[in-house]
Design a protein around this ligand. Sequence first.
Ligand code: FE2
Length: 304
Amino acid sequence: MSDLYVQYLAGYGLEVPDLSVAERFYSTFGLSAARSGDLLELRSSGGAGPDIAVVQGGAQKRMHHLSFAVLEPDIPRFFDHLTKLGLSPATPPFGYIRPGLWFQDPWGTWINLTPIAAVRDEPVRDMVTEGRVDRHLWRELNRDICPNRLGHMLIFTPEWEKAQAFYEQALGLITADRAAGKVAFMAGGRGVRDHHCFGLINGTHRGFQHSSFQVNSLDDIGFGARQMHKAGYSEGFGVGRHALASNLFFYVRDPWGSWVEYYADMDKISDAWVAKDWQDLPYIWPDWAPEFWANEMNANHEPR
Ligand SMILES: [Fe+2]
């Protein structure tokens, strides 16, 4: 398994009561939207396929699927690997959404492995630090924020340690850091890449916690927060800087109670990275906010 692994989080799926509510929220966030029938596809400016595929569902929002990018030649290898694990890839009951393999994890979540032609470039365009003499930076800033790409998502899961072991074994994800007993941050790919593209939160049942989209700078995060606020999406948390992964962030609450994040300036890790089990989840700035982190962020809004 050591040479078979997913590259990064390619996308995810949501099932929502009203597609137009999802379209308005994510379009305001800066993703481009395309509808075909009961499927809504949302794309960042740099995404290969849809970052988010939204399908018409019942009364409550639910996470619908996860999608990870896999190099094309690794697709048949994953087919064999998953079959050996008793996870035979199959055609999902909801019809075509993305190309590639589909299978269900032991908790019933559908996972897609979508083929890509090449390893993704990891451009680092964070922050404005050079060429600042005799300029009006404020006049040059981009105020219309369209995220570069989906960076990561975190999901609630029961059987937290078992789930972590499963995602390592089945998908080749590597645990980059853990807040002991609470959160596992996991990286895809090998070589230099984002600190995490996926994560697991210890919980009572499966559910979407948050997803996060990369922008270029602290200004982009600020303008993004402003464009959401102006459109009426006024519940948010941040701006701040995380401890684990060190990224700058702003969270905005989605229409179903969960969170979507703008992030920039995340730590990159290499194959030399050593994972740590942090006994307490540390906070940089702002200070620890119990109402947000203990209650709002840890509320799983999906039915069991
Ligand atoms: Fe995040």
